[in-house]
Structures are given as C-alpha cells and as structure tokens.
Design a protein around this ligand. Structure first.
Ligand SMILES: NC(=O)c1ccc[n+]([C@@H]2O[C@H](COP(=O)([O-])OP(=O)(O)OC[C@H]3O[C@@H](n4cnc5c(N)ncnc54)[C@H](O)[C@@H]3O)[C@@H](O)[C@H]2O)c1
Length: 376
C-alpha cells in the first residue's frame, strides 16, 4: 500500500482525491462541481489495496474547505507533505508552470511523483526533472491517462489488426466550441494553450500507436479567440514508412468532424465521438461491376461515385476490454520494481520535442524536417 498526497486539489486533483479515497479509482469527476461520481468501466481493478489518500494541499481556501468537508486530511503547505515520512508519492495537479520545481523537490525529499500532463512547460525542464529522477532513483510518472480512452483503444486495435489493410493516413480531431477556459489555461506564463493542453495527449497516443520515427511535421496554430496562446492547432506528421497523420484541436467548432478517421488500402474506419459510435467500411473486391457515373454538383464523376454493397461491407467497431485503473496500478508496480512504466519520462520527452518542432513550424510557416539521426 502506498500513501499518496495530492498537490493542487482543483478539477483534476479533486477528482484524483475522490478516486483514490473511494478505492474505485474512477470517481475522477468528483472534483468537478455538479458532476456525479461513479465508476466508468465495469472491469476496473479495486485500487483500495494499492493506494491510500494521505491528504491534499491547495492554496485556495474553497478547495481546502471542499476537501475538509469530505474528510480528507489537509496539509497546510507543500513542505508539510514533503516532511511527512508516511507519504510515498506526490501527485502533482497544479497549473503547468509549477510542475518542475514541485517534482524536483518531491524527488529530492524521497517521494515518487505522479505528474499531471503536460508534465513540463518544455523539453529542457523535463530533461532536468528526468535527471533528478535518475539521480534519486525516484519514479517520475507522467499521467497520460488518455491512452485509456475507449476511442483510442478501438482506433489502435483497428490500426494494428490489419482490418484496413495498409493504413496510410490517421486523423484524430478534438473539437469544442467554448474557447479556452478563462483561467490559467489562457495565459502563456502558466503553460496555457491547446498544444500543451490537448496536443500532449494526441501526440502521446499517436506515437504509441505508430512505432516509427517521425520524419517531418508541419503545423498551424490558431488564435481565433485568444491572441496570447494557441486556442487550437492543425498538425501534419509524416512517419518513416510514409504513413501520414493529422492531429487537430479546436475550441471554436460548433459542429465537428469525426474524432478518428483511419484510411487503409482495404478499408476506412470512422469513430464519430467519445460515445464510440462509428463503422469500418471494408473492401470485398476492387472490381465494382455496378460502378456508374453519378451526378456530383455540376458535373459527372465515376471516380468518386460511392461503392455499392457488392464491393464493400460495413462492420461495427470492434469490442475492446481494458482496465481504466491500469495507470494507477502500473505506477505502484513500477515503484515496487514489478513492472516497467507504461508511460515513461522518455516518451514524454519525445512528445515534448515534437510539440516544440510543431510550434517552430507554425512560427516559420515551414515544414520541420528531421535528419534520420535526429528523427523524433
Ligand atoms: N490528465 C488529464 O486528462 C487532465 C485533465 C485536466 C487537467 N489536467 C492537468 O491537471 C493540472 C491541473 O489542472 P486542473 O484542471 O485541475 O486546474 P485547476 O485550476 O482546476 O486546479 C489547479 C489547482 O491548483 C491549485 N494551486 C495553484 N497553485 C498552487 C500551489 N502553489 N500549491 C498548491 N495548490 C496550488 C489551485 O488553487 C487549484 O485548486 C494541469 O497540469 C492540467 O493540465 C489533466
């Protein structure tokens, strides 16, 4: 059993507190006012025997009161957490600009660290933190929880199982219409912007899904509603094999494109949204005896005419099973030396470097090409 203390008990930290205190690991929404608690996945491991909530620390009296009402221990200062020998792990859930100093002081005080994403503001900060992790022997665990999103697990399964033949393009889009939250996420100095907020998730997952190096990246950042930080982006990546990917995040989209679009030589898959409706359209045979030109706008086309049932079939998305608590379980196993980290600091570093290349591309309006030896 490991004792975990939470620094920053806002939306995310409060959710973690409730999740850990309940033993379900899945009351993650409890920290958000108005949200109901509850298990998300019926298959989840009971994390009660693994993790115990030592307490929380927050500088906001309202969050402290929230924690007290729920019976959680409140540490007055971060130093009090660091000085508590009963604390094994510090979970960092403060705004992004604070993570580096907090992580370093935790590891230097003999604590392991579970750090919310984006783990750091940039790759230099992360290199520094990973050096301290290596020096102290303390685990630094990036919380890239969206590897356990059902839509991603379905997309990864389709990509890997050959259903689509040779996949040549992967697109993933997250589109909302509420702008950037008007808090620290809208300020550069606090690590705001959608590249750091959502880009880190999308890249983290893509780079796990496609086990290849990236050879080039091109990106546009958007500033539709916010000049200071990006309120969205569109990124094109090319992998060594020629496979391409498009990642897009928007905060001013009142109607959305599918969450996932995977195109292969033998089929196409669409995952519409987080409810995971969608379909796989798979080719029976290239030959389509029913092919006829159709009227398309002001002209005719046979090339773009939809295929009939004789040459394609439509399948439901595959079923997937996974444990939403795997990250918490793996954190404890990694600390005990029983398993390697599923989410590693080195992977987070690769993601950070790619995000930086994407931002460079946006600044210069040019493709960033990586020499083979420098490919990320
Ligand atoms: N993994 C995910 O899916 C996910 C989702 C949302 C947020 N996050 C990450 O979690 C972190 C927190 O985000 P959030 O949405 O909970 O923000 P938030 O603003 O709701 O909460 C941050 C909390 O930190 C507290 N805080 C600020 N400075 C502090 C300090 N010096 N000491 C102690 N507490 C301090 C604030 O009072 C606030 O309660 C960010 O890094 C964010 O990117 C991750």
């Amino acid at each position: 059993m490991k004792n975990i203390a939470i620094l920053g008990c806002g939306g995310m930290g409060g959710g973690h507190a409730a999740a850990i205190a309940s033993g379900t690991g899945n009351a993650i929404w409890a920290g958000v006012p108005g949200q109901k608690e509850g298990k998300l996945q019926p298959t989840d491991t009971d994390i009660g025997p693994l993790l115990s909530l030592a307490g929380i620390c927050d500088i906001d009296p309202a969050r402290v009161a929230w924690a007290r009402e729920r019976g959680y221990r409140v540490y007055d200062t971060y130093q009090d957490i660091l000085d508590d020998p009963a604390v094994d792990i510090v979970l960092i859930a403060t705004p992004n600009h604070l993570h580096k100093e907090e992580a370093i002081s935790a590891m230097r005080s003999g604590k392991h660290v579970l750090c919310e994403k984006p783990v750091m503001m940039d790759s230099h900060e992360l290199e520094e933190v990973l050096a301290v992790s290596a020096e102290t022997g303390k685990v630094f665990y990036p919380r890239q929880n969206r590897r356990w999103d059902k839509d991603y697990i379905i997309a990864k399964k389709i990509f890997e199982d050959g259903t689509l033949g040779k996949v040549f393009n992967i697109e993933c889009r997250v589109q909302g219409s509420r702008g950037i939250p008007g808090d620290w996420r809208a300020k550069k100095e606090f690590g705001g912007g959608m590249m750091l907020d959502w880009g880190v998730h999308l890249l983290d997952r893509l780079l796990v899904m496609v086990p290849e190096k990236v050879t080039r990246v091109f990106c546009d950042l958007t500033h539709v509603l916010n000049d200071e930080v990006d309120d969205g982006f569109k990124m094109h990546l090319t992998f060594e094999s020629g496979l391409t990917a498009v990642l897009e995040v928007g905060t001013c989209h009142f109607s959305t494109l599918p969450l996932w679009f995977l195109a292969g030589s033998q089929g196409t898959a669409v995952i519409d949204n987080w409810d995971c409706t969608g379909r796989v359209t798979r080719l029976h045979s290239w030959e389509d005896k029913d092919a006829r030109p159709i009227l398309a706008g002001a002209g005719l086309t046979k090339t773009m005419a939809p295929r009939g049932d004789s040459s394609v079939e439509t399948l439901p998305l595959p079923e997937v099973n996974f444990d939403n608590n795997e990250l918490y379980v793996n954190l404890v196993d990694a600390i005990d030396g029983k398993a390697p980290q599923i989410v590693t600091g080195e992977h987070a570093l690769r993601v950070m470097r790619l995000m930086e290349a994407a931002v460079r591309s946006a600044g210069t309006h040019a493709v960033v090409e990586f020499e083979p030896s420098l490919s990320v």
